[in-house]
Write a protein that binds this ligand. Structure first.
Ligand code: ADP
Length: 399
């Protein structure tokens, strides 16, 4: 069954087309639409086994962006399917499912309304995700759509671990609690890790470090999440590319009083101008490292803060799981920056955990710790689209 996987952002659409069978999957194409709503938009389409195709033209809205993707998919030269009839279902990444969605589900009018009701809690993501669903209704009428939520995998968090110590009525009235994000990545890695440990999922306790531009850690016991670093929104937790991660909330009032910023500008600063971008020269780990190597002390300080925050969370999650069997690195930095992972682990050497430099090479998948390390360290590439395609296949096949 050919499935289109869509991840719609406010000005972008990431997509993959996957031929899914019950036990296997074959990627046919992937690509990216960028700069939606700006004077010049871009489409980059990468069909597997064929030349990359690029298009530069104004893309005023998501419906136009998705129409261009569908044209590219069926194009005689760089297409990968003969007709749009072959697309049997569309799986959408939806950022926030609140407490409504512990699992992925078929998109109905009621589901759309629930996604809409979460706009206030997820203003940066859910409107764009719903826009993608409504666009597909227009351009592929009748095709089944499935919503896969970033928050679902974390719905196993016990109340002790998801409650903020605020007046309880805010949880009851407004759903204010920790939800967690990057759920499809944490779920994929939680499924893969036991295979490398040679154990059954129910017998494993480990910590997943999803370290990319957005970063989050999760504590996994018996295949289920018991704690995760992101919160009501993806702002909480470790230092990220542009997000601050944890700060004392009283800082907000102090900065606002001193700068005259309103709360929206303040949150924009915490989400888009903080983290690596705030502490140093760039949001991108590669730029920060290059600057630090040239002697930029602020860049080095930013790297040190990044490392320390992750170490603190690993320490906390070692408690949460009651002694971890493994620490797993994934996503852009976790998969590619062996040195950064090594720094994180070196600070934990008192726990007896040790990286093996001979194994800690880019491209190594699996265990990268020494044989005598008390906690195994692994590097596993994530796949955020495959769980979406799998859920879509499963849900649509049952109809
Ligand atoms: P997201 O999906 O959250 O946008 P990614 O998972 O793609 O982000 O990760 C992006 C981050 O990974 C950037 O900070 C980038 O610098 C970093 N990264 C990618 N490749 C490397 C590399 N070879 N060395 C160091 N960092 C890298």
């Amino acid at each position: 069954m050919v499935i289109l996987v869509l991840n719609c952002g406010s000005s972008s659409i990431k997509y993959q087309v996957i031929d899914m069978e019950a036990q296997s999957s074959k990627l046919l194409a992937k690509g990216l639409v960028e700069r939606i709503g700006l004077p010049e938009g871009d489409l980059t389409h990468k069909p597997v086994g064929k030349e990359k195709f690029e298009l530069h033209q104004p893309i005023p809205d998501h419906t136009t962006g998705i129409s261009l993707v569908l044209q590219a998919l069926t194009d005689p030269v760089h297409g990968v399917i003969r007709s749009l009839d072959e697309v049997k279902a569309v799986g959408h990444r939806v950022a926030h499912g609140g407490e409504f969605f512990p699992e992925s589900c078929l998109v109905t009018k009621q589901v759309q309304e629930k996604i809409r009701s979460l706009f206030q809690i997820a203003p940066l993501h859910n409107p764009a995700n719903l826009e993608g669903i409504l666009s597909i209704e227009k351009v592929l009428p009748g095709v089944k759509q499935v919503a896969v939520f970033d928050t679902s995998f974390h719905q196993t968090l016990p109340a002790t671990n998801f409650m903020y110590a605020l007046p309880y009525e805010y949880y009851q009235k407004y759903g204010i609690r920790k939800y967690g994000f990057h759920g499809t990545s944490h779920r994929f890695i939680a499924g893969e890790t036991p295979k490398y440990l040679g154990k059954k999922p129910e017998d494993c306790k480990f910590i997943i470090c999803h370290l990319g531009n957005g970063s989050s850690l999760s504590a996994i016991v018996g295949g289920k999440v018991v704690d995760t670093s992101m919160g009501l929104t993806p702002l909480e937790g470790v230092l990220m590319g542009t997000r601050s991660g944890d700060v004392d909330p009283a800082v907000l009032e102090y900065i606002m009083d001193n700068t005259g910023m309103d709360i929206h500008q303040m949150l924009n600063c915490l989400n888009k101008k903080s983290g690596f971008a705030g502490l140093s020269c760039s949001s991108d780990m590669r730029d920060v490292k290059a600057a630090a190597e040239k002697g930029d002390e602020q860049a080095q300080a930013a790297l040190d803060v990044w490392t320390y925050r992750i170490q603190k969370y690993i320490g906390a999650y070692n408690v949460a799981v009651g002694g971890a069997d493994a620490i797993v690195f994934t996503a852009g930095i976790g998969e590619n920056d062996c040195e950064a992972c090594e720094h994180v682990i070196n600070g934990l050497s008192f726990m007896g955990v040790k990286i093996d430099p001979a194994k800690n090479k880019r491209g190594t998948v699996g265990i990268i710790s020494t044989d005598d390390s008390t906690i195994k360290v692994l590097r596993i590439p994530t796949n955020e689209e495959l769980p979406i395609a799998r859920d879509t296949l499963e849900i649509v096949s049952k109809l």
